[in-house]
Write a protein that binds this ligand. Sequence first.
Ligand code: EPZ
Length: 418
Amino acid sequence: MSVLRITGGRALRGSVRVHGAKNSVLPIFAACLVARGVTVIHNCPNIADVDAAMQILIHLGCKAERDGDTVTVDTSTMTNAEVPHSLMQEMRSSVIFLGSILGRCGEASISTPGGCELGPRPIDMHLAALRQLGAEITDNGGSLVCRANRLRGAKITLRSPSVGATENAILAACFAEGTTVISNAAREPEISDLQRYLRALGITVLGAGTPTIVVEGRLVRVDTAHRVIPDRIVAVTYLCAAAATGGEITLTDVNPAHFTTVTDALTNMGCAITRTGDSVTLSASGRLYALEPVMTEPYPGFPTDAQAGLMAACLRAQGTTSFIENIFDNRYRHADEMRRFGANIKLEGRVALVTGVKSLKAAPVKSPDLRGGAALVIAALSAEGTSEVSDIHHIDRGYDDLAGALTQLGAEIVRIDS
Ligand code: EPZ
């Protein structure tokens, strides 16, 4: 079991490049099934979730090979339409493959993705969208069998702007005859990145980034290349770390427009933030201020994936910040672990009240999930003494060498693999 040993109390200084977006790579891997050719994907982070998605492509009979931060995918050789339980359980978001497997093969079978650390993760909106496009779906309890001789364009309205359901609907619609209109669609930048890739294949996709997306399905056989957008959540993780420890850091190869709600919050806490088209510099010194209530919302609102990291930056702020987690039912599992550092956090349902304390003390803590684990690293960096963060396999799912990046910024952090 690997751990991160962190000696806190040092201000972060320096510059670090932000790697490609996990939540963009995953749907683009699924979209490679639309291409029926070779796609060279650049800026692909070396993280466990990308490895898992490559394993799914290989299981489907495709080729997927990594060379540094480039992954080459060839889906012309696809032979299989089933994602086994073992691969589904490894990464819940594997459900993102459902629409494109169904569209490509006329059938698809997956085991129902389990709930995860964030609470139940239903996929009813995914299935409703696929049914509207003509899929027949049988839910056998632990597994789903989907069939569709022909997918036809449809007018789909999502109950809420689900990222995954939007992506699954777009991908299935690429194979549907005619036009599909998806209303109340998610507006995340990763969906715009998916649209950019599909348009490079020659598929007409319009409206990503707005609540209404239009897809004209057509058969393509295309080789292409794509560079994945920077990971906005990894970017804000580093910024929250520098806010929590003090110091000055610059992030390069980022799109600051993708995380303005978080940089606005950090500015309101007393950080000084400057930006260019592809870089952000944050400097912080002295005690930060607590914030007005922070409510997580679908993009362009405050991202739920940044909630834990910003909470870590609030642990020593002057005053009380209330967080309202509106997206997931169980996304405060990091609070218990933060209390072990001496944090003052009260939970009441969707609300977390964080009252800043003067200092935090090192403690051994366990990562509860991907973003909660990264937030514990931030808290450990701002605690006096040496802490150990365990269960870091959660962190490895979405951060490419987090310890290396923080070391580059002057943190005293060592990964101990055992
Ligand atoms: C994506 O998850 C991201 N994952 C998540 O990032 C992110 O937190 C989430 O979007 C919200 O921004 C990937 O892109 C791989 P949703 P997804 O469908 O698609 C409910 C991370 O840390 N819902 O927008 O699963 C659902 O339970 C991860 O990188 C239904 O009820 O999120 C949740 O409460 C964590 N029925 C809410 O909607 C459905 O059919 C938002 O889910 C689908 C979702």
